[in-house]
Design a binder for this molecule. Structure first.
Ligand code: HEC
Ligand code: HEC
Length: 243
């Protein structure tokens, strides 16, 4: 009985999500956890106060020296397996800090948890404001694969990650991201039985990544890498999206 339940879980989730059913959206709630809410609240307050916001950006910039080796200068990664943080959805960034802190997510270098474990809330918010505000440098991908990936993206991914992959609500910006990182991430979701330093669990993403063939996943990731990201508007779009 249990075996059967496990086998059917992901196809059912995929069906609910793709059909736009409200039940599918219940699963979509997994994007933001309870412990992230106070950080998002702090972020919202900053958005209303330009002076405090600018101070936070400066503070984030100073903190970011700890991150540049892996995530690149200003959060523009030049290492294929490391994600760019520039122009990332700040709400998503805050949620990831919480996940690394709680050990729900681990990175293969094993440093992320230690970095955020005892980090004061204000520093986390400052880093999120700083990175969200930085422009993302475009990187190249295969135009042929990108063309194949576009309709697949629109069919399977757009409803949560947004029309141009810019992210919505708590969902990640995946546009302009490193191709290798995206592909590896889809693979991590697909096989969610890993419990070593590469854990990444999401019912929705596991369900969806299992629908894709390797070639489809490759095309989607090239399409995503090819998308340019709009320069962040002052204040960012995400805090208003969150309402
Ligand atoms: C030694 C390398 C290293 C350093 C230093 C480092 N990170 Fe990371 N970080 C990683 C790796 C590797 C991942 C990707 C993990 C994975 O594959 O899921 C990651 C993922 C992240 C993510 C999730 C991004 C996403 O798109 O999901 C955030 C946010 C993040 N790091 C923030 C930071 C911040 C802020 C700092 C500095 C305080 C920092 N990192 C320093 C290696 C590092
Ligand atoms: C119903 C909503 C939903 C849909 C549709 C969806 N995603 Fe996601 N996606 C999520 C959620 C929620 C997360 C965060 C999961 C987590 O880390 O636990 C996520 C995370 C991701 C990440 C990790 C981002 C990062 O920076 O590490 C990638 C990559 C991604 N999705 C790609 C895709 C692709 C490609 C598709 C289409 C095949 C897709 N998603 C469709 C909800 C969705």
């Amino acid at each position: 009985m249990r075996y059967r339940h496990t086998r059917l879980k992901y196809p059912i989730i995929a069906l609910l999500v793709l059909s736009g059913s409200p039940l599918g959206h219940l699963w979509a709630q997994e994007s933001i956890s309870q412990s992230t809410q106070p950080l998002v609240e702090k972020y919202r307050i900053l958005q209303k106060n330009p002076l405090a916001r600018n101070r936070a950006i400066m503070q984030g910039k100073q903190q970011a020296f700890l991150c540049a080796y892996c995530h690149g200068k200003d959060g523009n990664s030049t290492k294929p397996r490391f994600p760019s943080l520039a122009s990332q959805n700040p709400v998503y960034l805050l949620e990831q800090f919480e996940r690394f802190r709680a050990g729900v997510r681990e990175d293969f270098t094993g440093v992320m948890q230690g970095l955020v474990e005892n980090m004061p809330a204000d520093d986390k918010v400052a880093l999120a404001v700083y990175y969200a505000n930085n422009p993302l440098t475009p990187i190249t991908s295969s135009p042929l694969l990108a063309k194949k990936g576009k309709p697949l993206y629109e069919k399977y991914c757009k409803q949560c990650h947004g029309k141009n992959g810019q992210g919505t609500k708590g969902y990640a910006r995946i546009a302009g991201q490193q191709t290798v990182y995206l592909l590896e991430t889809l693979d991590l979701f697909k096989d969610d039985s890993r419990s070593n330093l590469r854990s990444r669990h999401s019912d929705i993403m596991t369900a969806l990544s299992r629908l894709l063939t390797q070639e489809e996943a490759l095309s989607i990731t090239h399409y995503l890498t090819s998308l340019s990201v709009k320069p962040p508007s002052v204040g960012g779009n995400y805090a208003t999206d969150m309402k």
